[in-house]
Design a protein around this ligand. Structure first.
Ligand code: FAD
Length: 453
């Protein structure tokens, strides 16, 4: 393959990371987005989810810091807060708070626009990168025999400009969940990828508040996930830059929080614990309500396609879009960008490029499999979920419910679960003999203590 020019469709988290990776291999990289890209940490239309709570897991942060050294310091200077997920977060589930302890497992809390703007600023300084904003990709251009994608058809949004063609040696689709790759592939005579769809009917309602430390005793953040099968409501209150809180109330299967003052407060009060309700009752709202509907987890299995055009790849939410309530999406995007980097390294070492798509989609599928298991496994605890349930899910979820209850008392188990949720460790560690024994022991001790008068 010629390594002259690569094009990336979409300049959100996946597109920015992809452009950074490609800049090490291609002479020139063009990053396209149909939006106007703000120069500051502002919301934009193309990323409507940006108004809502976004937690960057430890693994995502690690990968971002590898590609953008010094990013963490910049974000902290801009007002992000670092939370220890064991000691700074009130996590209420199964009738109690998780045990509080110094876990050393942390998360950076900040608004999604601040994260994206900081990463974007760094990408835009790359010497071999050109960014075209207000430029929508309308379709692919292919070689006569359709074996290779040779560019994209673009429409710049400046008035009166006709559609143009941009030639490329590699095109990467990072255009998010709404990606049109399945349709574009079909138009070139290829099959669409199989899709796994797990319906959850999730709705987010979010509002920003002035921080008021006294309103949260000892904690910096609160997380109250629902406990299925009865519980359908959850919420999170996290610090963001500018001494603000972002408060997101989440409901499954249509049980969504209202967008007016009293209804929102009542919904917060209806959660399993009152911490969010009490905190927001004592402080000033700084924004209007925003909502986001998320119908289903969606995974497109490009790794299973027998035929795929050379010179074309797909990344991020365009491959897999996760129920956001578990905060896995940006880190999964980072994992797939790291997988792309490894595949490009291997291909340039061997100087053979014909297996790039095959190797990359396989590596991306492996990278996605853990966050997918975590997310979809949790969702299947709701009996209303629609979709193909992997064999053994009910058994695993029965065990996971006991493990989650153990986190109310056992710091080691809590740490292990946090390592899995933050994607630094494989879910396999939850099934080691040591962990299983601790969960069983806790279960019996607790039941015994409950029955002893
Ligand atoms: C409500 C909500 C909350 C979330 N919370 C979290 C969280 O807490 N933690 C977490 O890790 N993840 C979270 N996520 C997921 C996270 O937002 C995404 O995983 C992340 O943005 C990566 O997505 P992406 O870059 O692949 O696509 P997107 O962010 O969807 O970006 C796609 C980009 O492509 C552009 N584009 C689309 N079509 C075209 C075209 N034809 N031509 C040119 N440009 C185009 C768009 O303008 C946009 O900039 C959440 C998602 C939602 C919906």
């Amino acid at each position: 393959m010629n390594l002259d020019h690569a094009v990336v469709i979409g300049a959100s988290i996946s597109g920015l990371l992809t452009a950074r990776v490609l800049s090490d291999y291609f002479r020139q990289v063009t990053l396209l987005d149909r939006d106007s890209l703000p120069t500051s940490a502002a919301h934009r239309q193309g990323v409507p989810q940006g108004c809502h709570l976004h937690v960057l897991q430890a693994k995502g942060e690690q990968i971002l810091s590898q590609f953008f050294p010094g990013l963490e310091i910049e974000l902290l200077q801009a007002g992000a807060t670092r939370l220890d997920l064991g000691s700074d977060l009130f996590w209420y589930q199964y009738g109690g708070y998780r045990v509080r302890f110094n876990s050393g497992i942390t998360a950076l809390c900040l608004s999604r626009p601040l994260l994206e703007a900081s990463v974007r600023r760094r990408v835009l300084t790359l010497q071999n990168l050109t960014c075209l904003e207000r430029c929508a990709v309308q379709g692919l251009v292919a070689h006569e025999d359709r074996s290779r994608v040779t560019g994209v058809r673009i429409q710049q949004r400046s008035e009166g400009l006709p559609e143009e063609t941009l030639a490329a040696d590699l095109v990467v689709d990072a255009s998010g969940r709404g990606s049109r790759t399945p349709t574009w592939l079909e138009a070139l005579g290829y099959s669409r990828p199989q899709e796994t769809v797990i319906k959850v009917g999730v709705g987010y309602t979010t509002r920003i508040y002035q921080q008021k430390a006294q309103a949260l005793s000892q904690a910096k953040a609160v997380f109250i996930p629902p406990v299925p099968p009865q519980g359908k409501r959850g919420g999170g209150l996290f610090p963001i830059e500018g001494d603000r809180w972002i408060v997101t109330l989440v409901g499954w299967f249509g049980d969504h929080a209202p967008t007016e003052e009293q209804g929102f407060l009542n919904y917060a009060r209806s959660l399993a614990c009152q911490d969010i309700y009490k905190a927001i009752s004592q402080t000033e709202p700084l924004s209007a309500f925003t909502t986001h509907r998320f119908p289903s987890n969606l995974r497109r299995h490009y790794e299973q396609l027998q035929r795929f055009p050379a010179g074309y790849l797909v990344i991020g939410d365009a491959i897999c879009s996760f129920n956001p309530a578990y905060g896995q999406g940006m880190s999964a995007s980072a994992l797939t960008a790291a997988a792309l980097d490894r595949c490009l390294q291997a291909a340039s070492r061997r100087n053979t490029w014909h297996r790039l798509a095959q190797d990359y989609f396989q590596s991306a599928a492996e990278a996605i499999s853990n966050p997918w298991r975590v997310t979809v496994g949790e969702d299947f605890r709701f009996p209303e979920v629609e979709g193909a349930k992997p064999i053994g899910t009910d058994w695993i979820n029965g065990y996971m419910a006991n493990l989650q209850k153990t986190t109310l008392r056992d710091p080691e188990i809590s740490r292990t679960l946090l390592q899995v949720m933050t994607l630094t460790h494989s879910p396999k560690i939850l099934f080691s003999p040591k962990v299983i024994l601790r969960v069983i022991k806790d279960h019996w001790e607790f039941r015994y203590a409950e029955r002893t008068p």
